[in-house]
Design a protein around this ligand. Structure first.
Ligand code: GLU
Length: 294
């Protein structure tokens, strides 16, 4: 089947070489198989900063990434996400949650429950208590998914079959912001995405997303969670690590073509441009170990 891949940056800062490498890998996986490629700006939350998305889009184009459809901006789609939550609520799959972060951290939980998972406190509330909280709580409730499973399996081209935890994750935050897990699932389907290639920091989110997609009757996607780029102290590369964006590199005399070549070498390709690399790309040649930069 002809895949449709995508890249979905959050416009919280300029793309660094780690983000660009992931975008290039996603593009190579799709285009080397004659597939489609889509771009999405994940600008729903407060970290989105004006002007950043435009610079990210320009940097992607500069390294040779192209895309087929219009760039989808999540901020224009709040009604779509709300409608999906309303549909789930109509099926009895959504409940209100008034817990603060601190209450969640301190709540008693079953032994073996995965760290950070929601312990289900508000799922058990009586209707009378809910009514009371609706009028007395200091802020509106978040809306959570009433999950029927505790784990879910996904197929990953890098990690094989991956089984991971699914909890009653948030769909809409208390301030009405759609949660990442909801938006990503709705939008991958809306953009016809069949293949999700992204950093392996998101591997643990994939079971939640695949489970939600299954509840919504959306097609399964194929995942590839690829190793991230690390800094000299083996931590995830970040802006503060110095010359990490195309603009930083250019200021130090490393042009975009050179940066692209370096990144292509790091994914097992001898090509000089992204377009050339697509002719003979093989995900299996990408080293399993993270790349370090510089
Ligand atoms: N917007 C997310 C990020 O920049 C990526 C989402 C995804 O690829 O599913 O980390």
């Amino acid at each position: 089947m002809r895949p449709v891949g995508r890249f979905a940056p959050s416009p919280s800062g300029d793309l660094h070489v780690g983000n660009l490498r992931t975008a290039m890998l996603a593009w190579l996986c799709a285009r080397s198989a004659g597939g489609g490629f889509e771009l999405r700006v994940e600008d729903l939350d407060e970290r989105a900063r004006p002007g950043v998305a435009e610079r990210q889009i320009a940097d992607l184009a500069a390294v040779g990434v192209d895309w087929d459809g219009p760039v989808l901006r999540q901020s224009g789609r709040r009604e779509v996400y709300r409608a999906v939550v309303a549909e789930l609520a109509g099926r009895g799959l959504v409940y209100e949650c008034w817990c603060s972060r601190r209450e969640i951290a301190e709540a008693p939980r079953a032994p073996n429950s995965p760290p950070g998972s929601y312990p289900g406190v508000c799922r058990e509330l009586s209707e009378a208590r809910r009514r009371e909280l609706r009028s007395s709580a200091p802020r509106p409730p978040a809306l959570r998914l009433a999950s029927a499973v505790r784990e879910f399996a996904v197929a990953d081209l890098v990690h094989g079959r991956h089984v991971g935890a699914v909890d009653d994750f948030v769909l809409l935050r208390w301030d009405g912001t759609p949660a990442y897990n909801l938006a990503v699932v709705v939008d991958d389907a809306a953009q016809g995405v069949t293949q999700v290639v992204r950093g392996d920091d998101l591997l643990s989110s994939a079971p939640r997303q695949a489970y939600l997609a299954s509840l919504l009757g959306l097609p399964e996607v194929e995942y590839a969670h690829v190793p991230m780029v690390l800094n000299a102290s083996r931590q995830r590369l970040a802006k503060r690590d110095g010359a990490v964006t195309l603009a930083d590199l250019a200021a130090m005399g490393t042009g975009t073509e050179e940066a692209v070549r370096l990144l292509l070498r790091s994914v097992g390709s001898a090509a000089d441009t992204l377009g050339e690399a697509a002719a003979s790309f093989d995900l299996r040649r990408v080293p399993a170990a993270p790349m370090t930069w510089p």
